[in-house]
Design a binder for this molecule. Structure first.
Ligand SMILES: Cc1ncc(COP(=O)(O)O)c(C=O)c1O
Length: 405
């Protein structure tokens, strides 16, 4: 048994009404993300942002961004403009270049691949199998990259403040280290790693520093403009070789959309094969066909919001986060694992059985995000969660009481 449902390929077609009704029926069983009950996977800003993204996506529903250069010049132009806007946002030099990708994972896999190839060329060793030194909180996308390329990974425990420990990472780095990384912020605890110190380490050792700003790339710059203390984390730091930032997370663009940027084009040769009867095949991405809609929608949302729009959203997100922090802190004996830098919260208590608390929240209709070390509940808050706050805190209070009893 494969575990797949016992369903045959449709022997007859269905009407459009029947298909729509079936879809709506299936969705009825899903978690209520529109009501703010899903603390990961989906992100929302305002309805007009969603509408701008949706209509641009639909306008380019059929076009394929793989054909940007040869057939769909408008998509090629929009992709270049999105990348140029991001280069500006992340203080890239004029030499900086990049690619739009399908998401954080593809952006990270590409950065590791380009790093490996650049390091091999630099070392004159086409078979060099360099290691990656990562904080324990780095996203498993790095493991995917390393497993695809058979590269060893050294995960280094984070410091007491749950941020990457540059001294411990320096100790784990050796002559075969090709890449170190830090997150803005890390997913498990929501704190930003000390990128200035990691940049100094990268420069000293001649290793590639990748900044994983997949979560915070379109939030942290605006939070900083609003006065939140986040140290520099982007190409303003000389050691940063590449940076990933997901448009489909806090960029509030339709999925699938992320960017990976490089300090200069020589760091990102991409793929270029001349091996088959159809001639040369050169792409910067791992995937071939790419939805034109995602490119057009990203261009539309960035253009629609601009800096003031993102700043206004960041302002609302930070105010909402504060209200969640206050509300959660008022529920004894819950405590935050650390103060969040953006809008990821992790909290728990040694006196509360966290898996039981998660089940009690699930029974109340919430999808409970969890973190394991130490055990806690996990929230990645977007504006979808603004109207849900009081209900969430009410149910959390009841769930803690139930579990304690
Ligand atoms: C810090 C971080 N990096 C990378 C990723 C991977 O992004 P994606 O799911 O878009 O591949 C995530 C996903 O949550 C993340 O939190």
């Amino acid at each position: 048994m494969s575990g797949l449902p016992d369903i045959a390929f449709p022997a007859a077609g269905a009407t459009t009404d029947a298909v729509s009704a079936a879809l709506a029926g299936m969705a009825r069983g899903d978690a209520d993300w529109r009501g703010g009950r899903v603390p990961l996977f989906v992100f929302g800003a305002t309805e007009d942002v969603a509408q701008v993204g949706r209509s641009a996506f639909n306008a380019y529903f059929t076009e394929n961004a793989l054909g940007g250069r040869r057939a769909f010049g408008s998509l090629f132009r929009m992709e270049q403009e999105v990348l140029a806007m991001c280069r500006d946002l992340f203080h890239g030099p004029s030499t900086a270049t990049g690619t739009m990708t399908s998401g954080g994972t593809e952006s990270i896999v590409l950065a590791v691949k380009n790093c490996r190839d650049w390091q091999r060329a630099r070392r004159g060793d086409a078979a060099h199998r360099g290691n990656l030194v990562l904080p324990s909180t780095a996203h498993p996308a790095f493991e995917k990259a390393a497993s695809l390329m058979d590269l060893p990974i050294r995960r280094v425990p984070v410091a007491a403040d749950l941020r990457a420990d540059p001294v411990a990472m320096a100790a784990a780095t050796d002559a075969d280290t090709i890449l170190i990384a830090g997150s803005v912020p890390c997913f498990p605890y929501g704190v930003v790693d000390p990128l200035p110190a990691l940049s100094r380490l990268a420069v000293e050792r001649g290793v590639w520093l990748h900044v994983d700003a997949c979560v915070g790339g379109f939030f942290a710059p605006f939070a900083r403009e609003l006065g939140v203390t986040i140290p520099p984390f982007d190409f303003a730091l000389p050691g940063v070789a590449s940076l990933s930032a997901d448009l489909h997370k806090f960029g509030f663009c339709p999925k699938p959309a992320s960017v990976v940027l490089y300090r200069s084009a020589d760091l990102a040769p991409g793929f270029d094969f001349d091996v088959w009867p159809s001639g040369r095949f050169a792409t910067a991405t791992l995937v071939g066909t790419r939805p034109g809609g995602a490119v057009a929608a990203a261009w539309a949302v960035l253009t629609f919001l601009g800096r003031p729009g993102y700043r206004a959203i960041a302002h609302r997100l930070l105010a909402m986060r504060e209200a969640y922090v206050e509300g959660i802190s008022a529920i004894a004996p819950l405590r935050l694992h650390c103060l969040p830098d953006l809008s990821i919260l992790a909290f728990g208590s040694e006196d509360v059985n966290i898996p039981a608390l998660a089940s009690a929240m699930a029974a109340r209709g919430w999808v409970p995000g969890q973190v394991q070390h130490p055990p806690g509940l996990h929230l990645m808050l977007s504006l979808l969660h603004e109207p849900a706050r009081e209900r969430y805190l009410h149910d959390l209070t009841a769930a803690v009481a139930e579990v304690a009893a």
